[in-house]
Design a binder for this molecule. Structure first.
Ligand code: 5GP
Length: 137
């Protein structure tokens, strides 16, 4: 399968559609999930176009994990979370809905979390959570 330049995260990377950003560096971007499965659910994406972890270059994968670690620490601190769940789906068969590789950084446990990509959050509330995460970076 070829990378689709018009997927929603590609558009976010090109600033064609907005996101509630918490962190950006040369190779990665982190922003709030608009349908969070728990408060503080954040997505971390590489800027390199790739659908799955298998398609990503090694150096982009290294940079991505570095940012996932930075964001995990900040989300844990900001949300006072005792634990952080990381998950990352590869391919539609695995449940991936946006075909640009991303890590989910989610406070708490997947057990008891809301359904995947199901309920839109209030953008005002998301912005206030994002502010806490930015302050914890
Ligand atoms: P996947 O199913 O690909 O692992 O996860 C995609 C995630 O992206 C879901 O958790 C979903 O809520 C989130 N999402 C889908 N569309 C948008 C969007 O336009 N903006 C943001 N910030 N998140 C999105």
């Amino acid at each position: 399968m070829n990378y689709d330049d018009n997927n929603i995260f590609a558009k976010i990377l090109r600033n064609e559609i907005p996101c509630i950003k918490v962190f950006e560096n040369e190779t990665t971007l982190a922003f709030m999930d608009i349908m969070p499965q728990a408060q503080g659910h954040t997505l971390v994406i590489p800027k390199e176009p790739a659908i799955t972890i298998m398609d990503l270059s090694t150096s982009a994968a290294v940079d991505l994990i570095e940012s996932v670690q930075v964001i995990s620490r900040a989300v844990k601190k900001a949300m006072n979370a005792e634990g952080i769940t990381l998950f990352q789906l590869n391919g539609e068969a695995a449940g991936q809905t946006v075909p640009h590789i991303h890590f989910h950084v989610m406070p708490g446990s997947i057990l008891g979390a809301k359904h995947h990509a199901s309920t839109m959050a209030d953008p005002v509330e998301l912005e206030s959570i994002a502010q806490k995460i930015r302050s914890a970076l």
